[in-house]
Design a protein around this ligand. Structure first.
Ligand code: PRP
Ligand code: URA
Length: 208
């Protein structure tokens, strides 16, 4: 099972702030973006480096720079959009794809309504972004879609995960590492994460 809990104190603190029912849309958005940047720092920890020679004002030296691996980030609409800019702050050269999925309220099954990916999917490593991993249906479907387009190396970045969602993604995509700031207790009868933070899309965009 590939679950990476990113529980840096700053992330835990900020996550508690946005779980709070009293936190309004503006603050929720700002803090979610900050958390995404902090999580991106951890997710990119294994990016390959190459040796370079640099001339400082004092002397030449051998240093390391990113080897220029091609990256793509794919937010799952809508709520994934709330984390994209935070990730791009650290990896600004990444291309951005979009996958639109909503969860049918009765069946809880994901319904695809949009897909636009970079043209060179086969050449890129991807980070799929969705703050909520509940039943796991949406994330698993987005990952399957990327794989159908030729992606081979995919990580899943979420904020709050339920054990049910972790298990589903692991079953369907054992090659995909899940990076989350919290593993919560369980789902309620409507498929909401307990304690979770409510409906992420609604809290980001101020809808109901
Ligand atoms: C939410 C959330 C995830 C999904 C998680 O999206 O942003 O995409 O539910 O649930 P799952 O793991 O059970 O699939 P929602 O369907 O509410 O759409 P929205 O982001 O457009 O509000
Ligand atoms: N989607 C959300 O936005 N929140 C949940 O708790 C579950 C699914």
């Amino acid at each position: 099972m590939q679950v990476h809990l990113i529980n840096h104190p700053l992330i835990q603190h900020k996550l508690s702030l946005i779980r709070d029912i009293r936190t309004g849309t503006k603050e929720f958005r700002e803090i979610l973006e900050e958390i995404a940047t902090l999580m991106a720092y951890e997710i990119t920890r294994d990016l390959p480096l190459e040796d370079v020679e640099i001339e400082t004002p004092v002397s030449k030296c051998h240093c390391k720079m990113l080897a220029g691996k091609k990256l793509g980030v794919v937010p799952i609409l809508r709520a994934g959009l709330g984390m994209v800019n935070g990730v791009l702050r650290l990896i600004p050269a990444a291309k951005v794809g979009h996958v639109g999925l909503y969860r049918d309220p009765e069946s809880l099954q994901p319904v695809e309504y949009y897909c636009k990916l970079p043209t060179d999917v086969e050449e890129r490593d991807f980070i799929v972004i969705d703050p909520m991993l509940a039943t796991g249906g949406s994330s698993a479907a987005a990952i399957a879609l990327l794989k159908r387009h030729g992606a081979k190396n995919i990580k899943l970045m979420c904020l709050v995960a339920a054990p049910e969602g972790i298990n589903l993604v692991n079953e369907q995509h054992p090659d995909v590492g899940i990076y989350t700031a919290a593993v919560d207790l369980k789902l309620n009868e409507h498929g909401y994460i307990i304690p979770g933070l409510g409906d992420a899309g609604d809290r980001i965009f101020g809808t109901k």
